[in-house]
Design a binder for this molecule. Sequence first.
Ligand code: PRT
Ligand code: ZN
Length: 285
Amino acid sequence: MEKLRIAIQKSGRLSEKSLELLKEAGISLNNGSRKLRSVAQYFPLEVIYLRDDDIPQYVEDGVAHIGIVGENEYAEKECAVDLVERLGYSRCRLSIAIPKSESYESPESLNGKRIATSYPVILGKYLGEHGIKADIHVLSGSVELAPSIGVAEAIFDIVSSGSTLISNGLKEVETVMKSEAVVIANRNLDEEVKGLLTDLLFRIRSVLAASNNKYILLNAPNDHLQEIIDVIPGMKSPTIMPLAEEGWSSVHSVLSEKAFWAVIGQLRELGAQGILVIPIEKMII
Ligand code: PRT
Ligand code: ZN
């Protein structure tokens, strides 16, 4: 029987969360990421540990059937692979930054400048789309140092909190793309491997849906029951059960993590009491 081969970053910002995701999807690995490969128990899957930069090419070549990479690497490498799922972690953005003392009006301000980056393809496309003629200077690391050592007048790099830019005296002037961890897949998978991928993606989606939602229980006064139901419609509709105490009902529903605080405020205003919010382990959608 064939195994689904998945490429995961060997060590870095994506590694831990990617392994955690597999674990939550019920796939346990026989040992950590110190090896080059490991085989899963209870699911026909093999993990290949690679540098994130290499993953798109390995997936295109079919050495790995699928891989987890930052969307930025997927966009930069332009490999013939499909993006099959967004995972929502390792979020960051790719931005242009300049020394904070420099003035900036619009992308035209970059004309004639030298921009240091590890992402020449993404930057080149952006400059082309805006009709800007700038010189792209490719560096493999420590891009944020380039302006202070006189190698470039601007940089194009990954930004997360923005503190690296600030501590290097730079300011963010354009966000070119947003990125998160994504699953990419080879385009010529055979039927057996495709079936395994469908199964894995089903499990991953159940884990993601569960982490994006909460189970909520509350006691509602019957005279505000309908308004309370309207605030938390749930997946189909909420479960309503009468309480032993006259005039009250128990309401059970599912709530999206994003809506959470706004909804809780509204529920309290409508007289809901005894509100319990419970994490969901898996959610089959
Ligand atoms: O060794 P390998 O090549 O596998 O790893 P790597 O060093 O190339 O990548 P790694 O582990 O640093 O990042 C992997 C992926 O995580 C990236 O491709 C992004 O998709 C994502 N990611 C999310 C980030 C960040 N956040 C991030 N903050 N990648 C890098 N950074 C760096 C950035 O380069 C900059 O130096 O952090 C700094 C900025 O952070 P702030 O918080 O100061 O703005
Ligand atoms: Zn890398």
